[in-house]
Design a protein around this ligand. Structure first.
Ligand code: SF4
Ligand code: SF4
Length: 394
């Protein structure tokens, strides 16, 4: 395992993300046996950074990860969790949840934080983040009266947080403003970074901003929810021609190895195969060359018409129709690329009317929760129209 220094710590460059643990059935609770094996293997192979959050796996992830790690000495692993301010609002002195948590009781920021410590079974978080500081949550996190950052700095002083940071899907200027608002406060920042988003979501500017300020970067979505591990055939061929023995996913990780400001690459591993492949990739430093980067740019150019969904499923929680939005978007991408129904027909035939894009009401509730700012109702509308056209044309 490769390690990099972080202040007085030595962090594994591969971090274990805990939002995509194996589940019982497609969307059921965590499959405890399988998930335990994966986390234990990560630990025994030298991974020491474990990332979770208040609502991962519907709130089950924190407690589960804490329980599995508790069998190992506390100073041999580092736990990161997050304050769910991106799902909260503060109006007229009242704190509330929004989105799919609307209506759930919030006793206060301190109650959430204490609940997280208790669920994880720890006295302190090694790393603690504000979850998704972005244009939609900026006012919440900077509200003087509520004082979220002030409260967390107090917890840091009290030893309950060792290192404070934030995750973000916001724009580079939003990140800059937030860092300026709280100077010398945040020790690390977690951003979505991969070779596709380098240009598509301007991850380049965010990375550059953080590197210029000497702030270590924790990477999320290194393979974009798996899509960079499973490119369409023409793109796969381009990469295979250059390095026949390498997996497609290895290109995404080697791209990140070429960025010196990257501290930890979080990978949400669902299977032991993914874990083993990642462990092998992070056992040697093999960054992409300039030639490799030029090839990746060609691959990105070929994929530019794809809807950039990472399958995080945030949107699904808000959908009154219960639509499996990432699945529909993935089908849309496939149809858009292949221009014919082909094997999609099998999937479509197995779906009920209430699961098809035609069931979308266009209400837009999903879009507000999408960290990738995808115009979901518009995409589903286009997909519906493309399906009708494809069917009409046989
Ligand atoms: S716009 Fe469509 S997909 Fe989005 S929440 Fe409404 S019904 Fe669901
Ligand atoms: S549409 Fe957006 S919120 Fe929904 S799964 Fe995709 S990236 Fe996540």
């Amino acid at each position: 395992m490769l390690y990099k220094p972080f202040q007085d710590l030595k962090l594994s460059t591969l971090g274990m993300g805990n939002m995509r643990l194996p589940t019982v059935g497609e969307r059921g609770p965590i499959d405890q046996e399988k998930a335990r094996e994966i986390i234990e293997r990560a630990y025994h192979q030298g991974v020491n950074y474990f990332d979770t959050a208040y609502r991962y796996h519907g709130g089950e992830s924190e407690g589960f990860v804490g329980k599995v790690l508790s069998q190992f000495p506390r100073d041999t692993w580092y736990l990161a969790s997050k304050m769910p301010g991106h799902m909260m609002n503060y109006k007229d002195g009242k704190l509330g949840f929004q989105g799919y948590l609307a209506g759930e009781e919030v006793r206060g920021i301190s109650a959430i934080f204490e609940e997280q410590l208790e669920k994880c079974g720890v006295d302190y978080f090694d790393f603690y983040l504000l979850h998704n500081v972005a244009e939609t949550s900026y006012d919440f996190y900077t509200n003087e009266e509520l004082g979220v950052v002030r409260y967390l700095l107090e917890q840091k002083k009290a030893g309950k947080i060792r290192h404070l940071g934030f995750s973000t899907h916001g724009r580079a200027d939003t990140i800059r403003n937030f860092l300026d608002k709280f100077p010398d406060t945040f020790e690390f920042v977690q951003i979505q970074l991969n070779y596709l988003d380098w240009d598509l979501q301007d991850a380049r500017s965010k990375y550059q901003l953080l590197e210029d300020r000497g702030i270590p970067v924790i990477v999320m979505e290194p393979v974009r929810g798996g899509s960079l591990a499973n490119l369409r055939p023409d793109c796969q061929e381009m990469l295979k021609a250059a390095r026949p023995d390498d997996s497609i996913a290895s290109w995404a990780f080697r791209f990140l190895q070429s960025l010196p400001g990257v501290q930890v690459v979080l990978s949400g591993m669902t299977t032991m195969e993914q874990m083993n492949e990642n462990l092998a990739l992070f056992s040697k430093n093999d960054p992409v060359t300039e030639e490799d980067k030029a090839l990746l740019q060609k691959v990105v150019a070929a994929m530019a018409d794809l809807v950039p969904c990472t399958a995080c499923r945030y949107c699904c929680e808000a959908c009154p129709q219960g639509l499996d939005i990432p699945k529909l978007i993935s089908m849309h991408n496939e149809l858009n690329y292949s221009k014919r129904l082909g094997t999609l027909n099998f999937t479509l035939n197995a779906m009920g009317e209430n699961e098809l894009p035609s069931a979308c009401l266009g209400c837009g509730a999903c879009q507000k929760l999408c960290p990738q700012n995808i115009a979901i109702p518009e995409v589903l509308g286009k997909f519906n129209k493309a399906l009708q056209d494809a069917k009409a044309n046989g």
